[in-house]
Design a binder for this molecule. Structure first.
Ligand SMILES: Cc1ncc(COP(=O)(O)O)c(C=O)c1O
Length: 365
């Protein structure tokens, strides 16, 4: 991993583990035992069937997924799931789905759902500029909603749920794109989870969907095949040519999580230490580094802040780039600074950034 990769704090696609990048380089030359480049390997080969099976098995082991859950590797990103979810589970004449609007990405999911049926915004943080999440109570959620949809980590604003919202009686669907596999998941509380790969588990091109098999019976029969989870399941995620390269990388990242990191609890501990390192500097200089999110809802994946004015943001980003810290510009909708600490971002590199920020603030604040 080059210096800039190690210090790539991009909001996504995120940095990948150094050992995985080495394996990917080798596989582009030649995948062991095949004599072929990864980029020329057939998705109908036995090799790829085995790769898919291994990737699924690793996911099941990491999460403790039993057979009540189906696992899919799909294309179309998380955005396609914004549509596939309501097309499958929301009816024009049925009860409304509850959507929690906590930031840029959950807001993006709303019009997709409204096209399919009634949507009720159970909570919105819009009026306060998406700085806080709903509190842990169940009031405000509908106990007979078609389902509850939320985004576990708002990538743009840097807000992360540290509780699981909603009623026990309502199906819970979650976009975990930007914190998937960064911590253990209490699967008993979820019915459908989706996450694109390009934050924590691989490159863009593949999206993991986990769904309870008993949901499949609810899917209407008139959906286009490509938007029907059942068709993808019947075809074992090979309804058409899948992104072989991206799935290969995901399988290697899952292997890294199991063997090098030691599982999701270990990953969570490392992520908590990284986030604490950076928030400590921010809290040391609260007038200079101004965090976007309220303290209790801070994300361990995306640390979002502003300096006193836009010129200060710009000067800070330039100084970071000169030191080799890249990818730190805030999302185009919000500006400011965003340090993303996805799984592959190391603790040492995070400490480097924290040290730099401390020195920078001492000189400028
Ligand atoms: C939480 C979340 N959901 C959805 C998306 C959209 O993902 P995609 O580009 O894969 O459609 C993003 C993009 O960064 C995201 O962070």
């Amino acid at each position: 991993m080059g210096f800039r990769d190690e210090h790539n704090f991009s909001g996504g696609p995120g940095a990948l583990p150094a050992t995985v990048l080495t394996q990917v380089r080798q596989a582009i030359e030649e995948v062991p035992d095949t004599g072929l480049s990864l980029l020329g390997l057939s998705h109908r080969s036995d090799w790829f069937a085995a790769l898919l099976a291994t990737a699924e098995a690793r996911l099941r082991q990491l999460l403790g997924l039993d057979d009540a859950w189906a696992v899919l590797f799909l294309q179309g990103g998380a955005t396609q799931q914004f549509s596939m979810v309501p097309m499958s589970f929301l009816r024009r004449t049925g009860p409304a789905a509850d959507y929690i609007e906590t930031g840029y990405w959950s807001a993006k999911s709303l019009p997709h759902a409204s096209r399919c049926g009634p949507v009720r915004i159970a909570y919105s943080g819009r009026a306060e500029g998406f700085r806080a999440l709903p509190e842990a109570a169940t009031h405000g959620y509908n106990s007979d909603a078609a389902y509850l949809h939320y985004v576990s980590n708002e990538t743009v604003e840097g807000l992360q749920f540290h509780h699981i919202p909603g009623h026990a009686t309502v199906r819970r669907f979650c976009d975990m794109s930007s914190d998937f596999l960064s911590r253990p998941i209490d699967l008993s509380r979820f019915d459908l989870i989706y996450a694109h790969a390009q934050k924590n588990i691989g490159p863009a091109g593949v999206t993991v969907v986990l769904l309870r098999r008993d949901l499949l019976a609810q899917i209407p029969d008139d959906l286009p095949d490509f938007l029907d989870y059942r068709q993808h399941l019947a075809a074992a995620s090979r309804l058409n040519t899948p992104p072989v390269f991206a799935i290969f990388v995901v399988e290697r990242v899952l292997h890294w999580l199991q063997r090098e990191v030691g599982g999701l609890t270990a990953m969570q501990d490392i992520n908590a230490r990284k986030a604490a390192t950076l928030y400590a500097v921010i809290d040391e200089f609260p007038h200079f580094y101004r965090p976007h999110a309220c303290t209790v809802d801070r994300s361990q994946m995306n640390v979002v802040l502003h300096l006193p004015c836009a010129e200060d943001d710009e000067a800070f980003l330039q100084a970071c780039a000169q030191e080799g810290f890249v990818g730190l510009a805030g999302h185009r909708s919000l500006g400011g600074v965003r340090a993303s600490l996805y799984n592959a971002m190391g603790l040492a590199a995070t400490e480097d950034l924290a040290d730099f920020m401390r020195h920078y603030a001492r000189r400028r604040a």
